[in-house]
Design a protein around this ligand. Structure first.
Ligand code: XMP
Length: 318
């Protein structure tokens, strides 16, 4: 049977009310679709028992903090901002292994929530986990593809009860729920963005310089592809971004040898993120992206384009 977002909202609101009872709850938005939809459902179900947080981890996209604050203001959602940039960046600096990154981030998020809950008395955490997050995180006889920060990355000694109203949904269904909830189009149609954010778009060892390169390069890829799609030069892919590879390569500037970071551009078509095909971006668009990244992003010296499907690769590089 086709998915019915109206019916789903009714059931999810009932489930949240039952689970939370007369306790207090917190939820956190990241700017992504899943967390916004989960927060939207929670706001319908338990408006007077809910605190909505935005944790600035320092791994956000360019302008993300301002954009989330602006959207929340327009929607009349009271948002509490927690500046955890230093906490996250100092813990992740020097970490190379993708699973370790996800677990550290998952744990840091929970510690930030627990600290907040101590003050507010919240006992329940409402989060926007969706089906691919727990399927890929393994368990129940499945291999772990990636420990999504909000599933496999959760600490065992977590002091908050979990409520996950979107657990059985896939991304396209989440978008339908977002639309039905009346969220703005730019929110429910936004391309997916992983919870661990730019930390997993720096492949290998995290440094502050590489996080900045990933942030600036991602912004350029988004701008150029959005523009090209609006102009009809190409179809807008399902997801598109840049990542920094763990390899510096040689280049020239004037007569001098330079040695700079390598950026890889990724764009894919997909329905639910479980499988994906690389997008065919016109060479002119790729050329503009490459020129802008090497001219505008300090420390970036070479740009590559990823032409692998999922499987065998995954969408993100970590
Ligand atoms: P992969 O890289 O596994 O990604 O093919 C599938 C979709 O999930 C997003 N993704 C994540 N989302 N936490 C999230 O909330 C994560 O740890 C995570 N890892 C990947 C990815 O951006 C893509 O849309």
């Amino acid at each position: 049977m086709a998915f019915n977002p109206e019916k789903f909202i009714e059931e999810a609101v009932r489930e949240i009310k039952e689970k939370v009872g007369d306790k207090k709850a917190i939820t956190a938005v990241s700017g992504g679709v899943d967390s916004m939809v989960a927060a939207g459902l929670a706001a319908r179900a338990i408006p007077n028992q809910l605190t909505t947080l935005f944790v600035d981890t320092g791994f956000m996209r360019k302008g993300e903090t301002e954009a989330v604050l602006d959207a929340a203001k327009k929607e009349g959602v009271p948002l509490e901002v927690i500046d955890a940039k230093e906490k996250f960046l100092s813990k992740l600096e020097g970490v190379s292994e993708p699973e370790e990154k996800r677990k550290l981030i998952g744990e840091l998020f929970i510690r930030v929530f627990e600290e907040h809950a101590k003050g507010s008395g919240a006992e329940v955490l409402i989060q926007g986990t969706i089906a691919p997050d727990w399927i890929e995180s393994g368990g129940m006889g499945r291999d772990t593809i990636k420990s999504h920060h909000n599933v496999g990355g959760l600490p065992k000694d977590m002091g908050l009860e979990l409520c996950e109203p979107l657990r059985e949904l896939y991304k396209h269904e989440v978008r339908m729920v977002g639309k039905e909830l009346g969220l703005p189009k730019h929110v429910f149609e936004r391309q997916p963005f992983p919870g661990p954010a730019l930390a997993i778009r720096v492949v290998g060892e995290i440094t502050r310089e590489k996080v900045e390169i990933a942030r600036e390069a991602c912004a350029i890829v988004e701008e150029e592809i959005d523009l090209a799609s609006e102009k009809g030069e190409m179809e807008r892919p399902w997801q598109y971004f840049a990542a920094v590879l763990p390899a510096k390569t040689v280049g020239v500037a004037g007569d001098e040898r330079i040695y700079k970071h390598t950026v890889v551009v990724r764009a894919v078509g997909s329905l639910d993120g479980m499988t994906a095909n690389f997008s065919e971006i016109p060479h002119e668009v790729l050329g503009r992206i490459s020129t802008r990244i090497t001219n505008e992003v300090r420390g970036a010296g070479r740009v590559l384009y990823d032409i692998t499907n999922k499987p065998p690769s995954t969408i993100e590089m970590e």
